[in-house]
Write a protein that binds this ligand. Structure first.
Ligand code: AMP
Length: 417
């Protein structure tokens, strides 16, 4: 199937061709015709599926078909993070570049001064890509009106709720017109996300393409056993040994980010912490340094790293393990992007072995436990029966019920008693 057969205007097809997309991805094939028919859409899709163009192309088409008279907001795209706002906004601008009219796409997010954004919104905008908090601030300042928005897109709805935006979303929904088209995208559907979708969508076309990324990442996953206190030294050893030009290291807390980055610096490695309490200026600067290879190592928390897109990251290290199996997938997805190969290393210690085993179970993987010479662990993981492992650890895994395998294992353990 080609883009031409989806019912898009020639100016959009030209833009797609110029960007270099040969054929539509699964979500684009399914979502574009449904959106063009005016239906609400519930899309289960991850980053990498091509979901941005899946909503941006029909959004632009609808703008093209409907714009007359003075400019008024046609599409509102809500996203969880500043970085995603910038990425999505830029994608829409690129796709709009051959349209026969000037399309104004405004990108607004918090953490920076509101005044330039208010100035930029003067004269209105056709499409606004926003994080919810800043959008509300702008509405409070009368910097824009959303009461006649024709299309609303919620992108990464699960992340929006994870980041605590549910109240802001409710307020925004109140201010939108009742008559509008809703496009709802999320990678996962825990009950609160489902409830939000149910409350917003009207007989939506359901589209699910969780298993088809545009380019299957080529990620070598490794698990290295190491005692917790020796992780920083092992990290340094791996960075030097593998000569990774850039590494994203995940830690659990802001304190750990500062601490590990500081230790690496003292060992002569260009490292910086990256956590949620940075100002927007500091974030931008650190990211720019990392992208330009002035920094070799970024030691980040999950929240800070969410939504950042850094091309060709050769390595990701789980210094602290992620809380959930889904977070594991998100983290390792930072490497091996766009057809490049990458390595994802997880540090596993006696204390975290059972937790890692559970992450493996959930993701249907089983990695050999490696040891690195000079860093062999002295502590060993306690031997626990599989049933009690799942019992004790299950509570620590966010938003996941016991899998069928876990239940079978428990039943088997009970039968053996
Ligand atoms: P997304 O899931 O929207 O974040 O897109 C993931 C990546 O796939 C982005 O780099 C897009 O530029 C790219 N992409 C989107 N649609 C296509 C397509 N039809 N063919 C090839 N690449 C695409």
């Amino acid at each position: 199937m080609s883009f031409t057969s989806l019912g898009l205007a020639p100016s959009l097809i030209n833009a797609v061709a110029e960007i270099g997309y040969q054929e539509p991805t699964a979500i684009q094939r399914a979502a574009i015709p449904a959106i063009l028919r005016g239906e609400d859409v519930l899309g289960a899709a991850q980053t990498g599926s091509g979901k941005t163009a899946a909503f941006a192309l029909p959004l632009l088409q609808s703008l093209l078909d409907n714009r007359s008279g003075p400019r008024q907001l046609h599409g509102l795209v809500l996203v969880p993070t500043r970085e995603l706002a910038a990425q999505v906004g830029e994608s829409i601008r690129k796709l709009a570049q051959h349209l026969p009219m000037q399309v104004k796409v405004s990108i607004v997010f918090g953490g920076v001064s509101i005044n330039p954004q208010m100035m930029a919104l003067r004269g209105g905008a056709d499409i606004v890509v926003a994080t919810p908090g800043r959008l509300l601030d702008l509405l409070d300042h009368n910097a824009l009106k959303i009461s006649r928005t024709a299309m609303l897109v919620l992108d990464e709805a699960d992340r929006l709720l994870d980041l605590g935006f549910s109240e802001e979303l409710a307020r925004i929904l109140e201010l939108l017109p009742k008559q509008r088209q809703n496009l709802f995208f999320s990678a996962t559907f825990p009950p609160e996300v489902q409830a939000l979708a149910d409350g917003m969508l009207h007989q939506p076309a359901r589209i699910e393409v969780l298993s088809e990324p545009v380019s299957k990442p080529d990620i070598a996953q490794r698990a290295i056993l190491v005692d917790a206190p020796r992780r920083t030294q092992l990290l340094k050893h791996l960075i030097v040994e593998h000569k990774w030009p850039r590494v994203l290291v995940f830690v659990a807390t802001k304190y750990a980010a500062e601490h590990v980055a500081d230790k690496l610096q003292r060992n002569g490695i260009r490292a910086a912490a990256f956590h949620g309490e940075f100002s927007q200026g500091a974030r931008t600067e650190v990211l720019a340094d990392f992208k330009a290879s002035r920094l070799q190592v970024l030691v980040a928390t999950d929240v800070a790293a969410r939504g950042i897109d850094i091309a060709r990251l050769p390595a990701v290290v789980n210094y602290d393990l992620p809380r959930s199996a889904v977070d594991y997938t998100h983290r390792i997805g930072r490497t091996g992007r766009a057809g490049e190969s990458g390595v994802a290393v997880s540090f596993v210690s006696a204390d975290t072995e059972a937790h890692f085993r559970l992450i493996e179970n959930r993701n249907d993987i089983l990695l050999p436990r490696e040891q690195v010479e000079g860093f062999e662990p002295k502590e060993t993981a306690p031997v626990v029966a599989p049933a009690s492992v799942t019992d004790t650890i299950n509570g620590g895994i966010k938003g996941k019920r016991k899998s069928k395998k876990d239940k079978l294992r428990e039943a088997a353990a009970r039968a053996a008693e």
